[in-house]
Design a protein around this ligand. Structure first.
Ligand SMILES: NC(=O)c1ccc[n+]([C@@H]2O[C@H](COP(=O)([O-])OP(=O)(O)OC[C@H]3O[C@@H](n4cnc5c(N)ncnc54)[C@H](OP(=O)(O)O)[C@@H]3O)[C@@H](O)[C@H]2O)c1
Length: 256
């Protein structure tokens, strides 16, 4: 793999990235692999896309396996994480990236959508943290959990009360586990991306809405999945050994 300063290298580490078949998760998986980590590429439905991510990693000289499970399904998460450890020999880094959104104003919001958003975005991360914790503790002072929250978890957003609640919840989860796991050498941090061009934001980032949003972003452009991946790679690296409970904003200055 590429020569990297030791503080940024992930050689010898195994990372599970949830929701890595597309978008931000795919960029995180390929970036961590380029830093030397072996990757479990989680997906919910798109097995072909996850296999394609693994092939891209292998063609670049890395190693990755696809690992399908629904993060909202506690039993499936437990079984999936056991398989990761059995197939890859351990687990050192967990990136809770899997997420979904249904946007709706309060009066039109449906309880079933709220329950599913919380089940995937918040409970899904919780399930993965709990199932992974035992193995991360074995990483000997270098276990890492990184939660992908969102700018709207910090600021709120009209029409996104359900999604923003799940992402704000992730920040509480991050800070609680950072305190709980610190004595065992596991760091727990969050990234809060702003608006990033992916399938999730495709419809919202068109026409007038795009122009209005751009006017609010000091750096003047929509973010790329790679911008988030770089922040996650830093938090996963030895360079971030003394960083825990932190919320790293990757939002072009949209919220400070
Ligand atoms: N895009 C943005 O502007 C933005 C901003 C802030 C935060 N975020 C957060 O960043 C994360 C990634 O977003 P994205 O924009 O890359 O989304 P995306 O393009 O819609 O991709 C979502 C990924 O999550 C997976 N996934 C969905 N539900 C899952 C489940 N129940 N179990 C396992 N995997 C599941 C999908 O797998 P399949 O392919 O199998 O469906 C896919 O890999 C999300 O947590 C999102 O909330 C995104």
């Amino acid at each position: 793999m590429t020569e990297l300063p030791p503080a940024l290298s992930l050689d010898g580490r195994v990372a599970l990235v949830t929701g890595a078949s597309r978008g931000i998760g795919r960029a995180i998986a390929t970036t961590l692999a380029a830093r030397g980590a072996t990757i479990a590429v989680n997906y919910a439905r798109n097995e072909d896309a996850a296999r394609e991510v693994c092939e891209a990693i292998a063609s670049a000289g890395g190693k990755a396996i696809p690992m399908g499970f629904d993060v909202a399904d506690e039993a499936a998460v437990d079984a999936g994480i056991k398989s990761v450890v059995a197939e890859l020999g351990g687990l050192h880094v967990l990136v809770n990236n899997a997420g979904m959104s249904v946007d709706s104003l309060l009066l039109r919001a449906k309880g079933e959508d709220l329950r599913r958003i919380l089940a995937v975005n918040l409970e899904g991360a919780f399930n993965c943290c709990r199932a992974a914790a035992r193995h991360l503790l074995k990483a000997r002072a270098q276990g890492r959990i990184i939660n992908v929250s969102s700018v709207v978890g910090e600021t709120g957003n009209p029409g996104q009360a359900m999604y923003a609640s799940s992402k704000a919840g992730l920040l509480g989860l991050t800070k609680s586990l950072a305190q709980e796991l610190a004595t065992r050498g596991v760091t727990v941090n969050a990234v809060t991306p702003g608006f990033i061009a992916t399938d999730m934001t495709d419809a919202a980032l068109q026409g007038d809405a795009r122009d209005k949003l751009l006017a609010k972003i000091p750096l003047g452009h929509i973010g790329e999945a790679a911008d988030v991946a770089e922040a996650v790679a830093y938090l996963a690296s030895p360079a971030a050994a003394y960083v825990t409970g932190h919320v790293l904003r990757v939002n072009g200055g949209l919220a400070m």
